[in-house]
Design a binder for this molecule. Structure first.
Ligand code: ADP
Ligand code: 5GP
Length: 209
């Protein structure tokens, strides 16, 4: 806080920050986000809806809202998704209410999406521009190792995810920040530094914000 500011200005108040973490499957988005949330319990996570089957280590309502195809259709028809996409034969979407209500209440929200979803969120008319972070692995070889190590893909779905990853890295110039996930601790510290920097932006403190 500071009261040594022009009339009407406040520090670190107003709308929350929408921090979008995108990047290739296997880059470590879920791992980095989980650790960022663990270290800062004031942050919220946007739990996406998906028609993908739940993995053994995932919890419904915490990692995703696992929904049926008709239920996803209903969310779409009701306008409940800020953006959505089909990825690897399954649909994924960002719930509008979950994100908007928190941002308007001043809470920062972390969002895990693929690259097209990140760019769509920029155009989604949120109260403040979202901050787009692209997370990359230290090498393509390491990306393959991480996806294999996670044990969730067949050779076929691994190849499909790599083909998408190759297209995704070409979109890096559209993003605000690039974070290399070499060690988890370093990547988490970089994301924390981005949040700190974004909270200090002048436009977030002005009476017009
Ligand atoms: P994404 O959410 O981007 O698909 P995950 O968070 O599921 O990626 O990570 C993919 C795999 O890589 C997981 O098995 C995870 O434990 C591992 N992983 C994530 N970050 C690192 C890291 N910095 N070093 C080594 N392994 C990592
Ligand atoms: P996974 O099946 O590995 O959990 O996710 C596959 C891809 O879908 C990842 O790149 C993840 O970031 C993305 N994803 C997860 N939720 C959403 C969402 O709500 N919208 C979009 N566009 N992508 C999402």
């Amino acid at each position: 806080m500071s009261d040594f500011l022009p009339p009407g200005w406040t520090v670190q108040e107003g709308h929350g920050i929408g921090l979008v973490i995108a990047g290739p499957s296997g880059a470590g988005k879920s791992s980095v986000i989980a650790e960022v949330l663990r270290r800062d319990p004031t942050l919220a996570f946007s739990v996406s809806a998906t028609t993908r089957p739940r993995r053994p280590d995932e919890t419904d309502g915490r990692d995703y809202h696992f929904v049926s195809e008709p239920e996803f259709d209903r969310l779409l028809r009701a306008g409940d998704l800020l953006e959505w996409t089909t990825y690897g034969g399954h649909r994924y979407g960002t719930p509008r209410h979950e994100v908007l209500s928190r941002l308007l209440a001043g809470q920062d929200v972390v969002i895990n999406v693929e690259v097209q979803g990140a760019l769509a969120l920029r155009r989604a008319g949120l109260p403040h521009p979202v901050v787009l972070v692209f997370l990359v692995p230290p090498s393509r070889e390491e990306l393959v190792r991480r996806i294999r190590g996670r044990g969730t893909e067949t050779d076929q779905t691994l190849a499909a995810r790599l083909a998408i990853a190759d297209a995704e890295v070409r979109q890096i110039p559209e993003f605000d920040y690039l974070v290399v996930n070499d060690t988890l601790d370093q990547a988490v510290k970089r994301v924390e530094a981005i949040l700190t920097a974004e909270r200090c932006r002048l436009r977030r403190c002005s009476p017009l914000a």
